[in-house]
Structure formats: structure tokens, C-alpha cells
Design a protein around this ligand. Structure first.
Ligand SMILES: Cc1ncc(COP(=O)(O)O)c(C=O)c1O
Length: 364
């Protein structure tokens, strides 16, 4: 094992580095015809016509792992599949952070699950706020590096594209952070929205940066939020340790089967078309919204949403709600006391957003 990989494994909680985890019936490498080793039922449930749910699932279904590995351009050994990227975030925090000692660096305003998982683990949330600049609400990566070093951050979450800010992080900047924190922290690039950013994934940096990990999901561009299929991509040695800390059967069979279908060429082609539509619609809304009454600022976005500041965010929220359109109120988030986040919908749905906000002028 290389010294660089040893440095990464040393980031895992000392009490878990040699942890064997739960040994499930499915993980034992045995062959047979009559399976009586997992206390399953001998009969399918009447609701399960094909009988596919009678048995416990493969812990990491091979067909799904192979499909995801091909999609993400990595090897199956670099993947951990779980219940959405939410599960991977939780797993990383639990496996790396010693409660009461280690910290998780986050860049608010940002996706809330990093801080929630840190709190549940008794790990400090170390905040390096985004900076509101002319070109957007951006991560201050020099401050990220300095603060991670000064405050014992074990995990550094870089949300790219960032939710809700919409800003992205260039890959050479991601690499700069990973290099600076080598041996000190695992840098996790959350790419839940990368399909909309039209750039290569940070997975292309993994080969030379073992203290980097990447989160991907089928919940957004692939339109499978309910199937809960998220993937952590990292050094195979780290994945092996995390697998031993994960729940025994994290991927339900119906969800795995649905996801495998979603990775077939025809489905991927449709997904790509929808991504193209969303990007065009995002740019249309981004151009149209600033002209509407009460809109103070629209941030450019690399995701499938726009962060918008309003003169009266409550009034804008209510106007949209009266038109039957529900958007995300961001006013409780730091720096966003006047902001709403609007997901990009179908062209017709987006027209409804524009029509509702334009009508405010007529009413005013
Ligand atoms: C940045 C970011 N990461 C991760 C997630 C969680 O996604 P999943 O459905 O894969 O758990 C979300 C969901 O909104 C998100 O915005």
C-alpha cells in the first residue's frame, strides 16, 4: 500500500480502522441450491409477482455498480452505493470524525446535510462562509485551506455546483485544496448537480489525489430521487473501510433494478436531452428574471436552480404560491435573508413562474 493511501486511511477513526462490521448472510462466499441461511420466507409475497423481493439484496448489487462505474468513468472498486448521497455524507462523518474532537468544514449558505450529520456525530461544524462577489456567491478556498488546517477539520465538503448559491469550483482549484490538505483532511466534492455544469467531474483528479472523494447521485439529472441511489467515489482502500461501517443491505432490489434500467443507453440519451433543456431554461430564466418587479439579484447558476434576491421575498413567495408554484424559501440561511431558490422546471412550469412574478407589476 502506498504511503499516500496509508495517509488517507489514517484519517478514519482509529477505533474503526480495523473494524470488521456486520457479516451478513449475503456477504458469505458460499454456493448452493437451497438457501436456508438468512431466515427468509420460502414463498413470495402476493404483492411481489416476480418474487424479486423475497430474498435480501446483494449488499452492493454488481450490475448496478458496473453500470455506475461506467457512467462515472471509474472502477467498481472505487464506488460505494447507498441510499442517496445523503447516506454517504452521514457515513463519511461517522467513520472519520471522533465525536467531540474532529470537525467538518462547510461553506454556508450550503446544503444542510453536512452540518446535520456533523451535529448528530458530535463533530464541530467549521464554517467558512461563501463570499458574495460580483461573479457570484463563491467559496473562499484560501480561507478553506487555512481554516481546515487551523481547526482540525477531518472532512472538507466542497459543494460544486453549490446548492443553493449555484456557483461552481474549477477543477484546478479543487485540486489545490486537496494537495494543501493532504494527510490532514479528506476533501469531498459534492457533485449532485454536476451534469448541469457541463464540465468534467472531479473523479478525473482521484488517481493522483487519494485524499479526494466525490459524491454523485441519480436523484437530480437522472430523475430518480425516490429510488435513493447515491454514490461515493474514492480510493478503493477507503471504500472498503466505509463499506464495513455501512448498513448491511443499503440498496433495495426494486431500486437497484430501476437504476440499472436508467443506465441503459436509451434512458441515458433522454436524460441528456432533459439536461440540455434544463440548461437552456435556466439561462432563459436567468436573463428574464432581473427585469421583473421586485427582483434585486439573480445569481448565475451551474445547477438546475436559481438563487434570487427580492425586495420583498415574502411577497414574491406568496405571489408564486397564489399561482400554485412552490419554491424554496432561503431566508433562514446565512446571507440570504431576502432570497428564494427556484428549481428549473419544464418550460411550461417556468413560464408560470415568470407570469406570476410579472403580474406583480400589473398589480402594483
Ligand atoms: C448538494 C446536494 N448534495 C446531496 C443531496 C442529496 O441527494 P440524494 O438524493 O442523493 O441524497 C442534495 C439534495 O438536494 C444536494 O442538494
Amino acid at each position: 500500500m502506498s504511503a499516500a493511501i496509508e495517509d488517507v486511511l489514517a484519517l478514519v477513526r482509529p477505533d474503526l480502522q480495523a473494524f470488521a462490521g456486520y457479516s451478513s448472510a449475503r456477504s458469505a462466499a458460499v454456493q448452493g441450491e437451497v438457501w436456508l441461511n438468512a431466515n427468509e420466507s420460502a414463498w413470495a409475497n402476493p404483492a411481489d409477482a416476480a418474487g424479486g423481493s423475497r430474498r435480501y439484496p446483494e449488499p452492493q448489487p454488481l450490475a448496478l455498480r458496473e453500470g455506475l462505474a461506467a457512467l462515472y468513468g471509474v472502477t467498481p472498486q472505487q464506488l460505494l452505493v447507498g441510499r442517496g448521497s445523503d447516506e454517504a455524507i452521514d457515513l463519511l462523518v461517522r467513520a472519520l470524525c471522533v465525536p467531540g474532537r474532529d470537525g467538518v468544514l462547510v461553506t454556508p449558505p450550503v446544503f444542510g446535510m453536512y452540518a446535520v450529520c456533523a451535529r448528530l456525530q458530535g463533530a464541530a461544524s467549521i464554517e467558512v462562509p461563501l463570499v458574495d462577489a460580483e461573479d457570484g456567491l463563491r467559496a473562499d478556498l484560501d480561507a478553506v485551506i487555512d481554516t481546515a488546517k487551523a481547526r482540525n477539520a477531518k472532512l472538507v465538503f466542497l459543494c460544486a455546483p453549490s446548492n443553493p448559491a449555484g456557483s461552481d469550483i474549477a477543477l484546478d482549484e479543487v485540486e489545490r485544496v486537496a494537495v494543501a490538505l493532504r494527510g490532514l483532511a479528506l476533501v469531498v466534492v459534492d457533485e449532485a448537480y454536476v451534469e448541469y455544469a457541463q464540465r468534467p467531474s472531479a473523479t478525473t483528479l482521484l488517481a493522483v489525489n487519494p485524499n479526494l472523494a466525490v459524491l454523485r447521485t441519480l436523484s437530480k439529472a437522472h430523475a430518480l430521487a425516490a429510488a435513493r441511489i447515491g454514490t461515493l467515489i474514492a480510493a478503493p482502500e477507503l471504500i472498503a473501510v466505509l463499506r464495513r461501517c455501512q448498513a448491511p443491505y443499503p440498496v433495495p432490489t426494486p431500486c437497484a433494478e430501476l437504476a440499472v434500467q436508467a443506465l441503459q443507453p436509451a434512458a441515458l440519451a433522454r436524460t441528456a436531452e432533459h439536461v440540455t433543456t434544463v440548461i437552456a431554461e435556466r439561462e432563459r430564466l436567468c436573463a428574464a428574471l432581473p427585469a421583473l418587479p421586485g427582483v434585486r439579484r439573480v445569481y448565475r447558476s451551474s445547477g438546475n436552480y436559481l438563487l434570487v434576491r427580492f425586495a420583498d421575498a415574502q411577497a414574491a413567495f406568496d405571489t408564486l404560491l397564489d399561482a400554485g408554484v412552490v419554491v424554496r424559501d432561503q431566508r433562514a440561511a446565512p446571507q440570504l435573508s431576502d432570497a428564494l431558490r427556484i428549481s428549473i422546471g419544464s418550460p411550461e412550469e417556468n413560464d408560470r413562474v415568470l407570469a406570476a412574478l410579472s403580474a406583480r407589476r400589473a398589480a402594483a
